[in-house]
Design a protein around this ligand. Sequence first.
Ligand code: UD1
Ligand code: UDP
Length: 388
Amino acid sequence: MKIVTIIGARPQIIKASALSRAIRDHYPTRINEVIVHTGQHYDEKMSDIFFSQLQIPQPNYNLNIGSGTHGMQTAKMIEGIERILLSERPDALVIYGDTNSTLAGAIAASKIQIPIVHIEAGLRSFDKTMPEEINRILADNVSTLLFCPTKAGYCNLIKEGFSSVKSERPDFNSPNIYHCGDIMLDNTLYFRDIALNNTDYKKRFGKDFVLCTVHRNTNTDNKEKLTNIFTSLLQIANTQRIILPLHPRTKKMVPLMLDTELQREIFENPNIEIIDPVGYLEMIYLESASSLVITDSGGVQKEAYFLKKPCLILRPQTEWIEIVETGAATITDTDPDAIMNAYCKYKDTENNRIIFERAEGISLFGDGNAAEFICITMIQALDSFFCD
Ligand code: UD1
Ligand code: UDP
């Protein structure tokens, strides 16, 4: 079976490594994977670093699309992906998550009747002003095999009219949906020990800091929200070291959105370490060694949970609602009072330590073998798809 995998943005490169590893380790003669990088992310620290760290095969194709408006970027990707699909003629297209690369793959393949496998299907924020919400709804609706990482994702699809009955011969008009766990957990479990035992990371980063990431367009492109986030970080930095690997989008927007005085206070604050984006292993180390995570990233929210850290979510809602329901994360959006209240909830003010007891025993994200399940299911379902 030949599959074409579309990657483009940082989290997709990371997610794809789990499937490529499962293919390499368990199905090297059954699945032939052709990797297409759209080039949506292109900085060394947003792309190349992950191929070497996570042992991902180099892409067979790189479309080098780069940045642009949604329409321009997606259109160029569709054109490039269609050309490759017509020449490779794969049995299926694999797409991840909800980026413009995901949508471009979904449109290109569905119009030439190549079955689509959507990994991380069913997630919803119920906010159609988010570009990602549009991308994921459209991608789900043209997919043939939909793999949901969580129960909430699976239930969303059922509510939207997808059938829970598994067809023996799924096709474009009768897709199959599965609740299979999260391939990001596969990766965290696989790479955690390597990251934690790295003595360079220990020396470079230390421990017991607050880890923060910010990149969501609704935050970076809004003066009030970005100002609120950084003002709150300044307040936390009065008593706590903060490490902030800065996404290129945020790096571009900070000088445009924040007052000069606020920028000076942030960049000169000895307790706020703003660093370049880091590799996945460094990030797993940072998440593990931190005492609390503050983020608007979907992936980082989950990894904080996998690694048993409390998390403040800088968004008005989350697709990973189960984490909030356990009490391990709190939605604060960018309201400074909500951020400080949630921060204090997890903090023992007298001893300046984060206190956080998490209930154990529930597996919200599977058992770390989601990629293998996806491989087996693809082989079975797509064999029957082509058995005429
Ligand atoms: C994209 C995804 C978002 C995902 C995020 C992961 C969409 C609509 N958004 O957002 O869902 O959470 O990736 O990180 O697909 N830039 C660089 N170098 C790079 C990449 C980007 O400088 O290697 C800068 C450019 O100025 C670019 C901006 O970042 O315009 C935004 O990049 P883009 O890929 O459009 O969206 P992200 O915000 O990264
Ligand atoms: N990540 C990384 N280096 C960083 C920041 C994040 O390797 O400097 C990883 C992080 O561990 C997670 C993924 O990137 O696996 C999340 O991607 P991102 O936050 O860019 O996007 P999202 O998950 O919100 O779509």
